[in-house]
Design a protein around this ligand. Structure first.
Ligand code: GRF
Length: 212
């Protein structure tokens, strides 16, 4: 299974995928390409350091969102991509992209969706006073952080947390959850019945993707 990772920023989730692949923990998933929309972002450097094919589609060069989407599809085409992983990719994808890759695009979000979609999820969770937050990996459909949930991991929110401390705690779980889901998808262990997605846990570890 050829996987494309799209990123915009620091790329620590990309790094978690790279490290998992190096340890042989991504199953049949292969990191085939990394695409970024921010030319000099850290994620791009991480991909190059790992020897993964890269492409840049700078959103600032497209006046219309659909043109950006089409450029992204064109950049992905040569890599024969089976699964698209949005790992800190800060652009919304529209019909031209989802029409081509729909049902095969996943995103990681730093909150327990449907709570706190959008940017600043960790800040909002801390400010709201919830006692648990976490991360969600979900299929991408039109809409912000909507789409069927594949897996979630929860972390406690402590009384003295601020945005940064909560984000750091959640990120630890993100780096574990995302590679696990990519592997489960590559191994054909994810099935969907409408919005209800089931992940058949890998045997014999019994590792669960619903964790605390
Ligand atoms: C992560 O918290 C991810 O959930 C969110 O953006 C952040 C990206 O971090 N969508 P990184 O670029 O993977 O370090």
């Amino acid at each position: 299974m050829n996987v494309a990772v799209l990123a915009s920023g620091s790329g620590t989730n990309l790094q978690a995928l790279i490290d998992s692949a190096a340890r042989g923990e991504l199953g049949p998933a292969r990191l085939a390409a990394v695409g970024v929309n921010v030319p000099d972002c850290r994620a791009f450097a991480r991909a190059q350091a790992a020897g993964i094919a890269t492409f840049v589609v700078d959103h600032r060069q497209y006046a219309v969102r659909d043109e950006f989407d089409r450029a992204l599809v064109a950049a992905m085409e040569p890599h024969e991509i089976d699964l698209v992983v949005l790992a800190g990719f800060m652009r919304l994808l529209g019909p031209s992209f989802l029409g081509r890759y729909g049902g095969r695009v996943i995103n990681i979000h730093p909150a327990l969706l449907p709570a706190f979609p959008g940017v600043h999820a960790q800040r909002q969770a801390a400010a709201y006073g919830v006692k648990l937050s976490g991360c969600t990996v979900h299929f991408v459909e039109a809409g912000v952080d909507s789409g069927p949930v594949i897996a979630q991991a929860a972390v406690p929110v402590r009384d003295d947390d601020d945005e940064a401390s909560l984000a750091a705690r959640i990120l630890v779980e993100e780096h574990r959850l995302l590679p696990s889901v990519v592997r489960a998808l590559a191994e054909g262990r994810v099935t969907a019945d409408g919005r209800r997605v089931r992940v058949i846990e890998s045997w014999p570890s019994g590792e669960s993707l619903r964790t605390m």
